[in-house]
Design a protein around this ligand. Structure first.
Ligand code: SAH
Ligand code: SF4
Length: 424
């Protein structure tokens, strides 16, 4: 999500005559796109902002802008300006498209702060986007979130969920495919709850699957919410031509008590039931997840429930997090778990998930697949490709003419998260 927002900011600047430079010392404008989902992300950004003081002292004309959801926490913009008085512009994640207008106004004003929420009337369409890749792209379908999971700051900083007009989504995807993009990831905090008039997520997927400007393309989407991923959507994926057999379905915890305290609105039995439906309907589906440890009130028994469910669910990959207290969320008022216990649990979780992921990876060895070559790693001289189920394959090959192509490959070796393959 944030990567794509950075692409929009870069697109805006480059269409207004600015060019990208390779290091901060050469820049006339530095824009920080921030994230506040966990404390670690926020601390990292603040320390980077601190480093800019010396640059600003050397170059009085340097413009520094802080954008993104970190600025939208209550009182945050003021506290940033108080601590880092050399910042010129602070914009919320719904206001970054006004950046150039604000840069031009800086000669008249000393500091600019704009933090507004988004509604259906002010979604900005048809803006320039500086896409990082020529081969794959992100497309927003929803903004914001209505779910209020008790640990999460997103609904407070990004506001209520808004769905984009499906015609605009189809136009954007058609344009991208006509320009050679072959893999598109639809983005939203909870894509399954997309709803624009009578078009729901299932209908939207069918509309996208029917686009026929080019023959070969892949569609992915994230993030799904277990309470909203229904059987119709799973059937549509199974019957589609272009929608990948790849679902990111955050679990968060395997304990019913913790899921309830998190306000996730599903229990472990329902979660496992969705996994079963996916496995029954979509052969070889790559299922990935997000899991958190150390949520308030999590006992050893609750944690063992999480270890147990990951064994049952057999995730291809899991993003694992230590619960981070976010001011203003209900969970931040609950009794907190000691940091040592959180660390111990995350280590155990990662260890177990790594064994599961490695066993899944081993099953690919000696088989052949179609892979999409998405980038080239210059340092290691390898092509990075992805299978339809989302599994990454590294290919020791420096033939960059394969970039953006679907190729047949044979898997030679397996690591935990990536495979090693050969073009055949
Ligand atoms: N909308 C998506 C993604 C939200 S953020 C969803 O519902 O899954 C991505 C992940 O960050 C979440 O799935 C969750 O595992 C993690 N996360 C969110 N808030 C967190 C917090 N306060 N502490 C630790 N991890 C958190
Ligand atoms: Fe946060 Fe829950 Fe919304 Fe995801 S669904 S963004 S975790 S509130």
């Amino acid at each position: 999500m944030n990567v794509h927002e950075s692409e929009k900011i870069a697109g805006l600047l480059s269409s207004n005559g600015y060019t990208k430079v390779s290091n901060m010392q050469m820049a006339d404008i530095i824009v920080f796109n921030t994230c506040c989902i966990r404390d670690t992300a926020e601390k990292k950004i603040l320390s980077k902002i601190g480093e800019l003081k010396a640059l600003k002292r050397k170059n009085k004309n340097l413009i520094i802008a802080i954008v993104g959801c970190m600025t939208q926490q209550e009182g945050k913009a003021t506290s940033i300006l108080n601590t880092y008085n050399y910042i010129d512009i602070i914009l919320g994640s719904n206001n970054h498209l006004d950046l150039v207008k604000h840069i031009n106004e800086l000669s008249k004003k000393k500091k600019i702060v704009q933090i507004e929420s988004l509604d259906n009337n002010n979604i900005i369409e048809d803006f320039p986007i500086y896409r990082e890749s020529k081969y794959k792209a992100f497309v927003n379908i929803t903004y914001g979130c209505n779910n209020f999971c008790t640990y999460c700051i997103v609904p407070y900083v990004r506001g209520p969920e808004i769905s984009r007009n499906p015609q605009k989504i189809i136009e954007e995807i058609t344009g991208l495919l006509s320009n050679g993009i072959k893999e598109i990831t639809l983005l939203g905090q909870n894509v399954n709850s997309y709803k624009f008039e009578d078009i729901d997520f299932n209908k939207l997927l069918i509309m996208i699957d029917n686009i026929n400007v080019v023959k070969e393309f892949w569609i992915r989407f994230m993030t799904s919410h277990p309470k909203d991923l229904d059987e119709n959507i799973i059937t549509t994926i199974a019957n589609s031509k272009h929608i990948c057999n790849n679902i990111h379905l955050p679990l968060q915890s395997g304990s019913n008590k913790i899921l309830n305290l998190m306000n996730r609105k599903y229990n472990r039995e329902q979660y496992l039931n969705i996994i079963k439906i996916i496995r029954d309907k979509i052969p070889h589906c790559g299922i990935t997840t997000d899991i958190m440890v150390g949520f308030p009130y999590e006992t050893e028994e609750d944690f063992l429930d999480t270890l147990d469910i990951i064994e049952k669910a057999q995730f291809m990959n899991a993003f694992t997090f230590i619960y981070s207290q976010r001011k203003g969320t209900p969970a931040s008022e609950m009794p907190q778990i000691a940091p040592e216990i959180k660390k111990e649990r995350i280590m155990k979780l990662i260890k177990k998930q790594n064994i599961i992921a490695k066993n899944i990876s081993n099953e690919y060895v000696n088989n052949t697949y179609t892979a999409f070559v998405e980038s080239y790693d210059h340092k290691n001289k390898i092509l990075i490709a992805r299978l339809q189920d989302g599994k990454q394959v590294n290919i020791k090959n420096n033939d960059i003419s394969l970039l953006g192509c679907f190729v047949k490959i044979k898997i030679k070796n397996a690591g935990i998260s990536a495979l090693l393959g050969e073009v055949i």
